[in-house]
Design a protein around this ligand. Sequence first.
Ligand SMILES: C[S@@+](CC[C@H](N)C(=O)[O-])C[C@H]1O[C@@H](n2cnc3c(N)ncnc32)[C@H](O)[C@@H]1O
Length: 227
Amino acid sequence: MISVNSFSTRRPVRSFVRRQGRITSSQKSALVELLPKYGIQYSMDAGLLPSNLTGDPDFPLILDIGFGDGELLISMAKNKVGTNFIGIEVYDAGIGHCLKLIEQNKINNLKLVCGDAVEVMQFGIENESLDEINLLFPDPWPKKRHHKRRIINPEFIELMSKKLVLGGLVNISTDWENYAEQVLDLFDQREDFVKKPSFTRDENTKFEKRGISLGHEIFDFTYKLMS
Ligand SMILES: C[S@@+](CC[C@H](N)C(=O)[O-])C[C@H]1O[C@@H](n2cnc3c(N)ncnc32)[C@H](O)[C@@H]1O
């Protein structure tokens, strides 16, 4: 018999494990000093984004999920001054690194949220508010028994379809062929998304460079929400 406790202790399957990796002292200070300035405190009752963003509400809004060290996100924010960006990440060292870059480059169209993108999307982002969602080199979870941890799954695609405006885009890149096949399969099953010529990036991300150095092929996809 299943006890009540066995339900209450069950943890959700997450797409990440919190990395205890090295964090430099300047990244730590950035988290303390710069997060209040460039971060959005996310909690389930903190109010929905983008209404509580300070940037121009008429600008298009691009969400970058799992921005890593944020180098590409910074260059996108610099190059598209008429666009607002939100980055979501759980990796402290990456968030610290990105915060320093925001300050150094005087970026005023990018805010960061520290937290699980699945939760932030579910509870923190208004429906029909995002013009684009970037998922660049999501953790591949290559072992079959870990595939359930992949962030791109039917439920997450459904969630993205609710948060995008009509005509909004999902941009996905991966260097794992098996993940690319899964992306194709899942979006093929959706009548509301149509495959478009894939997006281009100004520069390679950290994980893209790693994939290339390992001899992996890079797969890029863009899907447009049509209905
Ligand atoms: C393989 S790295 C790619 C980083 C970066 N986009 C790049 O291409 O260099 C995947 C990143 O996604 C983050 N991540 C995974 N699941 C996440 C989630 N549910 N919410 C927020 N970030 C997540 C991880 O912490 C990690 O930094």
